[in-house]
Design a protein around this ligand. Structure first.
Ligand code: APR
Length: 241
């Protein structure tokens, strides 16, 4: 669908903070440890090579948490889905989150730059498969019939997904908003700079200022479930949508 010239191009980046009120832990607000392992120790290709069962355990625990009955999209996820309906292809939603709460909140197009918890990927062909609870570090890949399956997650040291599409959208952005991300992990933390250089108005929406706060034109401070619906309503009324 071609973009509508009368509407601004919006790029939205979300991080763990948008899912915090849905009951999912953020990375850096707690102690950043899992069973006494630093996150970086269980989320690397080296960790998977050396101790695949530990890495499977880590992601199984996160998947189990995501599938609990009380983990549901919140008002921020839902507001972004409403914005997508109104802005269509003028809007790109990029998330660093590997949960599926944007989709469950109604968003149709979500760029999961760090991968997805609910899929597995063949390390050889890069084909992805719906996650099955029967998968473990001994499971053979359905396409290769070899033990090449891995979580469909971008680990530390790996290249995030969809970078070409994201940089292209940032170069055309009129509005860039980063929601619930601390600004510690690149390349996502650098998107604000690229958007600014493209002339976009940049907004940080967070519980507290993140480490790149000084780069943003505007800050919205508070819980995502309050500030995101407010921002969405203001933007929609500005364009009479
Ligand atoms: N509403 C808005 N923001 C919130 C809320 C909330 N209810 N709760 C917490 N936050 C903010 C925190 O203040 C923090 O700035 O969300 C941010 C979460 O930051 P991180 O835990 O660092 O998560 P994120 O920025 O998404 O991490 C980036 O790091 O480990 C990797 O791959 C992982 O995608 C992840 C990446």
């Amino acid at each position: 669908m071609p973009s509508d010239q009368s509407l601004p191009n919006i790029v939205i980046l979300t991080g763990a903070g948008i899912s915090a009120e849905s009951g999912l832990k953020t990375f850096r607000d707690n102690d950043g440890l899992w069973e006494n392992h630093r996150l970086e120790e269980v989320a690397t290709p080296e960790a998977f090579e050396q101790n695949p069962s530990l890495v499977y355990r880590f992601y199984n625990a996160r998947r189990a948490q995501l599938q609990q009955d009380d983990v549901n999209p919140n008002a921020a996820h839902e507001a972004l889905a409403k914005l997508e309906k109104a802005f269509g292809s003028n809007l790109m939603l990029v998330t660093q989150n590997v949960d599926d709460l944007h989709e469950r909140g109604g968003s149709q197009s979500v760029y999961h730059m760090h991968g997805k918890l609910l899929s597995a990927r063949c390390a050889i062909t890069q084909k992805t498969f719906d996650w099955s609870d029967s998968f473990d570090h001994t499971t053979k890949c359905p396409c290769c019939n070899r033990v090449t399956l891995r979580p469909d997650i971008v680990w530390f040291g790996e290249m995030p997904m969809y970078m070409e599409e994201i940089y292209d959208a940032l170069s055309k952005a009129d509005v860039f908003i980063a929601i619930g991300t601390s600004g510690n992990v690149y390349p996502a933390a650098g998107f604000v700079q690229i958007a600014k250089e493209s002339g976009a108005h940049t907004i940080e929406a967070n519980l507290e200022p993140g480490v790149t706060n000084a780069l943003f034109d505007e800050s919205l401070t508070g819980p995502a479930s309050h500030i995101v619906p407010q921002w969405v309503d203001q933007l929609m009324s500005k364009y009479a949508l």
